[in-house]
Write a protein that binds this ligand. Structure first.
Ligand code: C2E
Ligand code: CA
Ligand code: CA
Ligand code: CA
Length: 277
């Protein structure tokens, strides 16, 4: 039994070493990826559910690594957070997205908004609002066209700091959205007291809505409550006509998902905008 346990230990430690090595390799590549231009931003259209009109897009970062191929943000964003690289990367994405949104504005699509994901580490930098201000100034984007997406956990942690940062951002004229709503521990009553204008219902609710009637009721309640608090509601991860129909009936304001459009390269997004207007 003892020798068996020993070999099992060796087996696991080999696996563990391999996965640690992969992470270390990936982190090293990640550090070089910005200079090597391996990142790009894709844009997933968001539409007004009632009218079907495109109202803007969410910017999502992509990494096409020479060494590792296409790596999912679900894998490299946590790595970038741990290593602190997220500060540079996040700033790059924000700038890139604002520059692209400015191009839309100049091309005559003047009402489109751009939503950008901001990680906890970025948001917690005391100078984050100054970074946003500089990017808006450099790109010339109307601040009202920018929506910053933060998650619930960011909001709850260090509430006083959060309040101050949100106030600074709102003073610039940008909108704040709560991403993945329903997966954390914040409540709508807490959000009521914060200058947040958009609630983004997490895609897990939209997925489960199909099979589970009680989840449908929860989604309906989230929409109603958000509206009572004066917030706009976005549903993400819409994959079917049926989900779309339910959300329309529930009065959900905006939607995003494969049923509407996949995330598109900047070029494809512009082509799509040309087609609809
Ligand atoms: P998220 O912010 O919740 O983004 C939504 C994710 O759902 C995206 O995955 C998007 O491609 C995917 N999605 C869109 N429509 C559908 C659908 O109909 N069905 C399903 N199943 N999925 C759909 P993606 O691009 O892989 O990004 C994953 C996560 O990585 C994001 O989740 C976000 O947390 C993070 N992320 C992506 N880009 C950035 C970024 O620039 N900065 C930061 N800090 N985080 C980012
Ligand atoms: Ca998001
Ligand atoms: Ca989300
Ligand atoms: Ca998510």
């Amino acid at each position: 039994a003892k020798s068996n346990g020993g070999s099992q230990y060796r087996f696991y430690s080999k696996e563990l070493n391999a996965s640690i090595k992969r992470m270390v390799d990936m982190e090293a590549s990640l550090r070089r990826a910005l200079e090597e231009n391996e990142f790009y931003v894709v844009y997933q259209p968001q539409t007004d559910i009632a009218s079907g009109r495109t109202i803007g897009a969410e910017a999502l970062v992509r990494w096409n690594s020479k060494a590792h191929g296409r790596v999912s943000p679900a894998d490299f964003i946590p790595l970038a957070e741990q290593s602190g690289l997220i500060l540079k990367l996040g700033q790059w994405v924000l700038e890139e997205a604002c520059r692209e949104a400015k191009r839309w504005e100049q091309a005559g699509w003047t009402s489109l908004k751009i939503s950008v994901n901001v990680s906890a580490k970025q948001f917690k930098q005391p100078d984050f609002a100054d970074v946003v201000k500089d990017i808006l100034k450099d790109t010339g984007l109307d601040p009202r066209k920018l929506c910053i997406e933060i998650t619930e956990s960011v909001v709850i942690d260090k509430l006083m700091f959060t309040l101050k940062m949100l106030d600074e951002l709102v003073a610039l004229g940008v909108e704040i959205s709560i991403d993945d709503f329903g997966t954390g521990y914040s409540s709508l009553s807490l959000l009521r007291q914060l200058p947040i204008s958009v609630i983004k219902i997490d895609q897990s609710f939209i997925a489960e809505m199909v099979e589970v009637q009680s989840v449908r009721s929860v989604v309906a309640a989230m929409i109603t409550m958000s509206h009572h608090l004066g917030k706009t509601v976005v549903a993400e991860g819409i994959e079917s006509e049926q989900q779309m129909a339910w959300l329309r009936e529930m009065g959900c304001d905006n939607g995003q998902g494969y049923f509407i459009d996949k995330p598109l390269t900047a070029e494809l997004m512009r082509a799509r905008l040309k087609n609809i207007s």
